[in-house]
Write a protein of this length. Structure first.
Length: 95
């Protein structure tokens, strides 16, 4: 996923747009799509929308831990037409 990662506490609010992809040992779990949101100082708020119709979008909130990494939480909500609500945490590193 391409994110405009800024050093913590640096810069003004930035619009976040782009694409994302995942790659797993079991190819059936691989996915890709678009991402949109904002980066403000060291806070990130984004929605990752899969490229497959009918798959629920993933809402992210995170904190940039340095210029190339962030940690945070994700949610699927029933308000996004998802059958179940789910949530968890993540850690991402710019590749």
């Amino acid at each position: 996923m391409g994110l405009p990662l800024l050093p913590p506490g640096k810069g003004a609010e930035q619009v976040l747009t782009g694409t994302w992809s995942t790659s797993f040992a079991f190819a059936g779990y691989n996915s890709s799509g678009t991402v949109s949101g904002t980066v403000s100082e060291s806070s990130v708020s984004a929605t990752m929308t899969p490229g497959v119709p009918g798959v629920c979008p993933l809402n992210l909130t995170g904190t940039l831990t340095d210029a190339a990494a962030m940690t945070g939480s994700w949610t699927y909500t029933t308000s996004n037409n998802c059958i179940i609500a789910a949530s968890g945490t993540f850690a991402a590193t710019k590749q």
